[in-house]
Write a protein that binds this ligand. Structure first.
Ligand code: NCD
Length: 318
């Protein structure tokens, strides 16, 4: 097993071998999760606190389930109701929680870099559940696992990431991961929704969906992140759907066996046609959710092993 990190803050610091380690362990947890009795004890005796400063359905629920299935004591902090509202800073809140001796802290925050900062202030392992536009490592890992299981490999694939790339931490983490695993990544969308340093990302850029999707193995759609937009990035949702919404005609330009992905939450009729999203022959959106629980179990298991190793008195062998 190769995984030498104290925290999981992003895909950037991970070696390809470490990515494979997480995915291989997650495959085992997929099997466990399909059984009637889903308990293992990798996190028994450990305390996991989930701190979500931004709304979340899938990510928070799957981190909670992942911790519970592995035997951790899991607490969800209701950040809307917490002292943050009374003016306490992120760091003060983190130090307060730190004093309760958690072992794993799962954090989502609207500001890029906030989770890294927090990780420097606490003694436990920190998992980034999405920070601003920066990274969302467990999403990229669950996407990678979904692709690897559907395509039988995670290298030399043509993958199109489409839509609102500029505001998307999911896109950023995926670009880094898929690049590390030697895939060809294309970004497809209007120039207003492309990140400013797109030239440095090692990707091909397309403005036209039909050209961008031509012969790809994977089509990854993204939500229009209106909460991160402060002006007119798109003319109208109708116009956007017409040019960039994934429908059967646009999808027909991809390979016949291309899979369709979306991290959720989806806006049907904005970035994706509902019938494509529900087409079990093309869409792996539900598999992504399933893989999300397994990947989070694997990530927390590996971090916990490193925690336990560090806890061992010097000179004592396992
Ligand atoms: C994404 C997120 O929060 O970054 N959702 C998720 O975690 N599944 C994408 C989004 O909000 O559009």
């Amino acid at each position: 097993m190769t995984f030498h990190h104290r925290h999981l803050l992003g895909i950037e610091p991970l070696h390809p071998e470490e990515i494979r380690t997480i995915l291989d362990l997650a495959d085992q947890y997929v099997d466990l999760n399909r059984r009637a009795v889903k308990h293992a004890d990798a996190l028994a005796g450990l305390t996991q606190i989930n701190m979500f400063f931004e709304n979340s359905t899938r990510t928070q629920a799957s981190f909670e389930l992942a911790g519970k299935r592995l035997g951790a004591d899991v607490m969800n902090m209701a950040m809307q109701a917490s002292s943050i509202k009374k003016g306490e800073t992120l760091i003060d809140t983190a130090l307060t929680l730190n004093a309760m001796h958690p072992d794993l802290l799962v954090v989502r925050h609207p500001h890029s870099g906030a989770v890294d900062l927090l990780a420097q202030k606490v003694n436990c392992a920190v998992l980034n559940a999405g920070d601003g536009r920066h990274e969302h490592p467990t999403q990229a890992l669950l996407d990678a696992l979904t692709i690897r299981r559907a395509k039988g490999r995670l290298h030399r694939l043509n993958i199109a990431i489409c839509g609102d790339i500029a505001h998307s931490r999911v896109a950023r983490s995926n670009i880094i991961l898929l690049g590390k695993m030697e895939n060809r990544v294309r970004l497809v969308g209007p120039p207003t929704l492309m990140p400013s340093q797109v030239g440095e990302l090692g990707v091909e850029v397309y403005e036209d969906m039909r050209e961008g999707l031509k012969d790809v193995d994977v089509v990854m759609m993204l939500r229009l992140q209106r909460e991160r937009m402060d002006g007119g990035f798109i003319p109208s949702e109708r116009e956007y759907y017409h040019r960039y919404g994934l429908d059967a005609e646009k999808l027909s330009h991809a390979r016949e066996d291309a899979i369709v992905m979306h991290p959720g939450p989806m806006n049907r009729g904005v970035e994706i046609d509902g019938t494509i999203a529900d087409d079990i022959n093309r869409s792996v959106i539900q598999e992504q959710v399933e893989m999300g629980v397994a990947v989070r179990m694997a990530a927390m298991d590996l971090l916990a092993r490193n925690l336990r190793a560090a806890d061992r008195p010097a000179g004592v062998m396992a």
